[in-house]
Design a protein around this ligand. Structure first.
Ligand code: PRP
Length: 209
């Protein structure tokens, strides 16, 4: 009897990309995810099932062993903290970056800068590394509004194409870090289900461009 492996995938765009990477390994959902409202999915490999969760919850599922493997963006991993699981593989999908953004000409190095962000830990780590005291204002979305309405001097946000910044008259002031989606593995599963998980990681690795 093979060990069962449960994979946690984030809802949204990465869900489809992740399924595309699992397909060549003979792992396909047996129902159409566009139609079904299921949260737990059997696959064409009877020993593998997929759960679809909010992207920010993937690390929690994997950390607690509720899933053996997961796919999570580096942004989500950094915010969650990466101590509870292994992060063996960068899938190099969903690439984007964290940047400090604001109006052109804003001095983002000044003391007591007001920084609006959804990514509090990322922002705190970035400014703390250069010993710059800042005030963090936590928002949950539409960060670009913050400098426009005077809520903050700058934002620390995800930039992919740059079109949201451009549409709102803002620019990238400083790069903070690169983001892409990673495979994360529960620590216990990595040992106990090594014989299942290792070949999966090897097969995924072969697909990375
Ligand atoms: C993200 C991010 C930016 C935008 C960047 O927002 O916070 O606003 O995408 O993408 P772009 O560089 O390609 O324009 P998201 O769509 O997740 O919504 P949110 O603002 O509610 O967080």
């Amino acid at each position: 009897m093979l060990d069962r492996v449960r994979i946690a995938l984030p809802k949204g765009r990465i869900f489809t990309q992740a399924l595309d990477m699992l397909r060549p390994m003979g792992i396909e959902l047996t129902e159409d995810p566009e139609v079904s409202r299921k949260l737990i999915w059997p696959t064409t490999d009877p020993s593998i099932e997929v759960v679809r969760v909010r992207s920010v919850d993937v690390p929690t599922f994997v950390e607690h062993g509720a899933a053996d493997l997961g796919i999570a963006g580096k942004d989500v991993i950094v915010e969650h903290g990466a101590e509870g699981f292994y992060e063996p593989l960068d899938l190099e999908i969903a690439k984007c970056r964290f940047s400090v953004c604001g109006y052109a000409g804003t001095d983002s190095t000044r003391r007591n800068l007001k920084v609006a962000t959804k990514f509090k830990k990322v922002a705190l780590d970035f400014f703390a590394a250069r010993r710059q005291p800042v005030e963090i204002i936590k928002l949950n979305g539409a960060l670009e509004l913050a400098p426009i309405v005077g809520l903050a001097d700058v934002i620390v946000d995800i930039v992919e194409t740059g079109s949201t910044l451009k549409a709102n008259g803002l620019v990238e002031l400083e790069p903070v870090g690169e983001i892409s989606s990673r495979i994360i593995v529960n620590r216990a599963s990595s040992k106990l289900k090594h014989q299942r998980i290792r070949p999966m990681l090897d097969a995924l690795k072969k697909q990375i461009r």
